[in-house]
Design a protein around this ligand. Structure first.
Ligand code: TXA
Ligand code: MG
Length: 315
């Protein structure tokens, strides 16, 4: 395959990206959470190529990204609760898992042949423009090799997938910085992955939400124990630093890199994946990243979830 094109996030770049997608190509694009690796969700070959480019196991289903609620309702069955959640949180960093419609027209690879489909309506203007220009749902996992740190800048995508995908639309840094929250609504509401919408905000609408999923039988690969793994080892809740470690701080105090000197979780989420990459480069092969404690509330839940998986034993 020729070199991966870097397209600008202007009308010309969007039009070229949409044309590549219509031809079955793979195009990474910015969303407010992380960069997604997009392909035509109705095209078996394009979707198969997404799995191949990422080295992703086929049993891990993908999120279908849509331009609007009408496109979402052609893919899944929405009840009143689903409509209320969509009205409150879309567009935004929330993915809903809903019963798949028989006439959805998606490649079965998108859903890994499950009876449900994960759908997200992103808020990022470039993602929205691309979805409108393409005119149908785009399957889009995070645009990184499977198991590695997610991309929040176009250069992260190029580092991981250059030569394996047709193009990346460069929309700068992602504002939220952690992936969408995944809410199962095919039965009682279940939190399948903490993410950019704090679970507290969902509970204000839906009442208490159970945590779903099982690390050994993942229905969300974010639930595989080792994920988001940098090259270096990761030591969590590090209050003291050992000699030679790279210190990734949160809040005041000495650190090589600081997720948020002011202790702001929104800023910390936006910095998380970029700073994990920087810390990895500083630590070098065989090195260790010592991460300061991050409070387990609001976006801190998503941050700690990613950090725990980054620290988990590999393989
Ligand atoms: O913020 C995000 O969600 C980003 C951007 C690009 O939209 N996408 C993303 O995709 O994080 P990915 O593939 O890295 O994670 C998708 C998650 C996986 O954990 C997958 O197992 C879960 O969604 N998923 C997809 N379909 C599902 C289904 N039918 N039931 C349960 N989980 C599902
Ligand atoms: Mg991912």
């Amino acid at each position: 395959m020729p070199e991966t094109l870097r397209l600008s996030a202007d009308p010309d770049g969007i039009a070229r990206a949409a044309a590549l997608l219509r031809a079955g190509g793979l195009v990474a694009f910015p969303t407010e959470t992380v960069y997604g690796l997009g392909g035509d969700a109705a095209d078996d070959r394009a979707v198969a190529r997404i799995f191949e480019a990422k080295g992703r196991p086929r049993f891990n289903p993908l999120i279908a990204h849509v331009a609007d609620l009408a496109m979402a309702e052609r893919l899944a069955v929405f009840d009143d609760w689903a409509r209320a959640v969509a009205a409150a949180f879309w567009p935004g960093p929330l993915t809903l898992v809903l019963p798949l419609r028989a006439d959805a027209g998606l490649s079965p690879l998108v859903t890994a042949e499950l009876p449900t489909v994960a759908i997200r309506l992103p808020a990022h203007p470039v993602a929205q423009a691309l979805l409108r220009a393409f005119g149908g749902p785009l399957a889009a996992p995070s645009a990184n090799p499977s198991g590695k740190v997610s991309p929040t800048r176009a250069e992260h995508v190029v580092e991981g997938l250059s030569g394996r995908i047709e193009a990346v639309v460069d929309g700068g840094a992602c504002a939220v910085g952690v992936e969408s929250t995944i809410l199962g609504l095919d039965g009682a509401p279940a939190l399948l992955r903490p993410g950019g919408v704090p679970v507290e905000a969902l509970e204000a609408l839906l009442g208490a939400i159970a945590t779903g999923g099982d690390a050994k039988k993942p229905n969300a690969p974010g639930q595989l124990a080792s994920h988001y793994a940098p090259g270096a080892a990761v030591r969590l809740n590090a209050v003291a630093v050992h000699p030679g470690e790279v210190r990734l701080g949160f809040g005041p105090g000495a650190a090589d890199l600081n997720l948020s000197p002011a202790g702001d979780l929104v800023q910390a989420a936006a910095n998380l994946f970029h700073m994990l990459r920087q810390a990895d480069a500083l630590a070098g092969p065989g090195g260790t990243i010592a991460v300061a404690p991050v409070p387990e509330a609001g976006l801190g839940r998503a941050i700690n979830d990613r950090l725990r998986r980054a620290a988990a034993p590999r393989g």
